[in-house]
Design a protein around this ligand. Structure first.
Ligand code: PMP
Length: 306
């Protein structure tokens, strides 16, 4: 359960946690057009709190608004300021920030072009998404029976609320079958992503991940890991990956703001490599955590002081 904190920002006002309500006729609740973000703030080794890649997250939120043709009442600067304000109002020195732009109540029916576009920002404490042990030992994944939406069925580049029914169902299926996470294939059968993570694999020293034009979210952690890998001199390939390529990988891992860099030790009961996090995964994971919460200050442009 999310631990109740003090304040939630709703349409420009900082409200007490329990008063940030919406009406039951809220359009997004019925039809699923809303756009959200997931952002982390970390307390770094210098004892200060920084939001990681805030600008890129807010840019992606606005991309989602453009894709869904929702006009947010606030601009980027206002939302970035509100994100740090929410952390301060809740006395969070580490946490997860969730901006949400959604269609409010007014008309019902699918069209409803004049309903208000509302914006909320909340934050809560969130530890390792797939568990502390997952970060160390890796997780067991299952290829889902649910395919990722075709690129012309949904808007993969947007974090759009309604699209997550697909992920929720895949996650439930994987968990009920005794696995930790689902790997989703696209409608052509190529490896796409997790339910809330991008996926990477390593084969013969080459780091591979599905290319940006495939049915994946343009993950900000994905971009971070690709940047760090290039800096580390690790060969990188953004390419199509098949299920059997993944089964035969030397290493694999998920990336995401919530999941951070989580090793995958098994896919469909086949051990990945030696069934434990491999050397490239460990190297990139170490570098990632050093950048977000350690002493690696090589990317000051990714950090926003709270
Ligand atoms: N894919 C999906 C479907 C997601 O929900 C997420 C989480 N935002 C990701 C990938 C990873 O994106 P990011 O690294 O920006 O959090």
């Amino acid at each position: 359960m999310v631990e109740k904190l003090q304040k939630i920002w709703l349409d420009g006002q900082m409200l007490p946690w329990d008063e940030a309500d919406v009406h039951i006729l809220t359009h997004s609740l019925h039809y699923g057009v809303g756009v959200f973000e997931g952002i982390r703030a970390y307390k770094r080794a210098d004892g200060k709190t920084y939001v990681f890649r805030l600008k890129e997250h807010i840019d992606r939120l606005f991309d989602g608004c453009k894709l869904t043709m929702m006009k947010c009442e606030f601009n980027r600067e206002q939302l970035m300021a509100a994100c740090t304000e929410v952390l301060r109002a809740n006395k969070l020195d580490e946490g997860y920030i969730r901006p949400l732009v959604f269609v409010g109540d007014g008309a019902m029916g699918v069209y409803a072009p004049n309903n208000p576009i509302r914006t909320a920002i909340m934050a809560w404490k969130w530890g390792a998404y797939l568990g502390d042990e997952a970060l160390k030992a890796g997780i067991r994944a299952k290829i889902s029976s649910y395919a990722r939406h075709h690129i012309n069925v949904s808007l993969a580049k947007g974090k759009i609320t309604g699209q997550y029914t697909n992920g929720v169902l895949a996650k439930r299926e994987a968990k009920l079958a005794g696995y930790d996470e689902a790997v989703m294939l696209d409608t052509q059968g190529y490896v796409s992503e997790g339910t809330g993570e991008n996926i990477f694999m390593v084969k013969n020293g080459v780091l591979m991940t599905p290319d940006f034009a495939s049915s994946i979210l343009g993950g900000i952690t994905r971009d971070t890991v690709l940047t760090l890998a290039r800096e580390e001199g690790i060969p990188v390939s953004e390419c199509r990956i098949t299920r059997d390529m993944l089964w035969l990988a030397d290493e694999a891992f998920f990336t995401g703001t919530a999941a951070e860099v989580t090793p995958i030790r098994e896919v469909d009961n086949r051990a990945i490599g030696e069934g434990k996090p491999g050397p490239i995964t460990e190297r990139l994971q170490r570098r990632f955590f050093d950048v977000v919460r350690g002493t690696d200050s090589s990317h000051p442009e990714w950090l926003t002081r709270v």
